[in-house]
Design a protein around this ligand. Structure first.
Ligand SMILES: [Zn+2]
Ligand SMILES: [Zn+2]
Length: 226
C-alpha cells in the first residue's frame, strides 16, 4: 500500500531541477533554463590535460604524469557542478546516465581510440558505506554501454580520504595511490566525475601503467578550470 502511495505521489509531483529546484521535465536532471546555461567545453583544447585551450610548451599540468590524455564535456561550474555534487550525494541513479551520455556523445575520437576497458575511479570505502551507491561506477557502467566496451572495477582504495572539510589540495595529493586488482589490458579509459588538479587521475594512471597498461586516458563529467 505504501508503495502505491509513493508511486502516485511521484507521478503527481513534478521533478525538481537539481540546480535551481524549479520544475523539470520527468527524468531530466535539470530544468530547460539550467540545461541551456550549461558550461560546455570544446573538443579541441589540450588533448593531454583536458583544459579548454592548448597548453603552452612545457606548461601542461599533465606533461610529466602517466596520463596520456583527458577530456570532459563540461566545466566544473554552475549547473554542471550541481549535477556532479547531486550524483555524489543523493541522485546518482538519476544523474549518472545523463552525465555518461554527455561524456560519450562529443568525446574526441582520438581519446577513445582502441579503448579495451573502462575503469571507474577507486571508490572511497567509507563514502560507499555511508551512501550505499558508487557514483563513479554507475557513470562508468553507462559509459561502457555507450562505447560497447567492458567495465572493470580494477582500482581499489583500502583507506579512506580525510573528511571533505579537512581536505585541501595538499591532502588530496598525499592520498595513498589506489591498488590494482586483476590483469590490466593495454588501453584503459579511466572514468571519474570531476577532474580537479589531476593528482588523483595521475596516481590512478601510474598504478595502471605499473600493472601493465600501455596507455591510460581519462574521461570525466566536468573539468575544473582553475
Ligand atoms: Zn534549473
Ligand atoms: Zn595541457
Amino acid at each position: 500500500m505504501a508503495r502505491i502511495v509513493d508511486l502516485v505521489a511521484a507521478a503527481l509531483v513534478p521533478e525538481r531541477c537539481l540546480h535551481c529546484r524549479g520544475p523539470a521535465r520527468a527524468g531530466a536532471p535539470l530544468c530547460d533554463a539550467c540545461r541551456r546555461a550549461l558550461p560546455w567545453l570544446p573538443v579541441d583544447g589540450c588533448p593531454r590535460c583536458g583544459l579548454p585551450r592548448p597548453c603552452a610548451q612545457g606548461r601542461c599540468p599533465a606533461a610529466r604524469t602517466a596520463l596520456a590524455g583527458a577530456w570532459a564535456p563540461l566545466a566544473h561550474e554552475g549547473a554542471a557542478r550541481a549535477l556532479v555534487l547531486a550524483a555524489k550525494a543523493r541522485a546518482a541513479r538519476r544523474v549518472a546516465p545523463w552525465l555518461a551520455a554527455a561524456m560519450t556523445a562529443r568525446a574526441p575520437a582520438g581519446l577513445l581510440a582502441g579503448v579495451e576497458v573502462v575503469v571507474p575511479a577507486a571508490a572511497d570505502p567509507a563514502r560507499r558505506r555511508r551512501r550505499g551507491e558508487d557514483h563513479a561506477r554507475l557513470v562508468a557502467d553507462a559509459v561502457g554501454r555507450a562505447l560497447d566496451a567492458p567495465v572493470a572495477p580494477l582500482l581499489v582504495r583500502r583507506r579512506s580520504a580525510p573528511a571533505q572539510h579537512a581536505r585541501g589540495r595538499t591532502a588530496r595529493l598525499t592520498l595513498p595511490p589506489p591498488i590494482v586488482a586483476g590483469p590490466v589490458p593495454a588501453v584503459v579509459l579511466l572514468v571519474d566525475d570531476v577532474h580537479t588538479t589531476g593528482a588523483t587521475l595521475a596516481a590512478s594512471a601510474d598504478a595502471l601503467r605499473a600493472a601493465g597498461a600501455q596507455r591510460v586516458v581519462a574521461l570525466t563529467a566536468t573539468r575544473a578550470l582553475r
